[in-house]
Design a protein around this ligand. Sequence first.
Ligand SMILES: Nc1ncnc2c1ncn2[C@@H]1O[C@H](COP(=O)(O)OP(=O)(O)OP(=O)(O)O)[C@@H](O)[C@H]1O
Length: 338
Amino acid sequence: MTTPLLEVRGLSVSFAGRNGMIGVIDNLSFQVNEDETLCIVGESGSGKSVALLSMLGLLDPFSSKVEGSALFKGQDILRASQKTLQDIRGRRIALISQDPMTAMTPVHTIGWQIVEQIRAHTDISSRAAWNRAVELLGEVGIANPRMAAERYPHQLSGGMRQRAVIAMALSCNPSLLVADEPTTALDVTVQAQVLDLLRRLRRDFGSSIVLITHDMGVVAEMADRVLVMYSGRIVEQGPCDAIFDDAWHPYTWGLLDSIPPLDGPRPERLISIPGSPPQPDRRPPGCVFGPRCRARLPACSDLPPRQIAHGREALCFVDSAGRPAARSRISSNMDQPA
Ligand SMILES: Nc1ncnc2c1ncn2[C@@H]1O[C@H](COP(=O)(O)OP(=O)(O)OP(=O)(O)O)[C@@H](O)[C@H]1O
């Protein structure tokens, strides 16, 4: 069996609140393999960004407590020295954030910023780094890369800026690209182009990708494997095809039902999951999704069991025998309040 590129085990995160520590992420375990795209999906507030920042050692240690481990090629990021961390984060794992402006400084040209990134991790000359920066801008689909390299971030469109950030992320040939909602700030056409670019880069550069999104449509297009988060927990994970063909967790059913159909008439309204996720300090006892779940059983006030089979897992009481009936109950109940 090959070692995963990244293996997260028992990751829990809490933040200091007014009345003590508040648990936000609870015992996440998952892995990212070589040459794959893992999509982490969930509604706003489900803990996707905190999970990602914590596993990269990017949370403020004074206001947060992180437990567990995140082994990158066998080395625990959460216990690494600052020097090792800087090396891993700059050269081997690259982060692409929602807002390209946060990854760039407004006072230097795009080319200069990519050159700095390259030279921080390699000892090539400035001229060679500049040529590489221009080449990378061309590789991410910027039409006139030499001219773009001379521009300041505010002189490029949002889509071009995100491409420039991706070029910067690729500048040191990372093994893992971590992208937190990289298309949220972009319009629909540009979103599709950036997703297309990520797919092409995975093929050409061979980097694995962790992609955070709240959009199951993006998951369908991008993922090899999917991890579904709800209220700081993984409620389901498995291969993308398996999740789309036969999701196990009622929360995943809800996410899937909210995808607009690609063809045919658009329904008057899309099915949405009633209610909203609990605040981390107001989680219900038992199953966290219980109060919103239309397949709820009396047992759901206890902690749900972890069902594991064929590289998949889900945190739910509804077992394989009860799933079809429970799911049809959900569709027939969709007009009634929870
Ligand atoms: N620094 C912090 N201190 C306290 N609580 C925090 C902090 N950062 C995040 N949280 C809480 O952690 C929970 C998860 O937030 P997170 O940003 O990870 O969600 P998300 O799934 O990424 O949402 P979105 O899709 O809106 O970005 C939220 O309840 C949020 O309020």
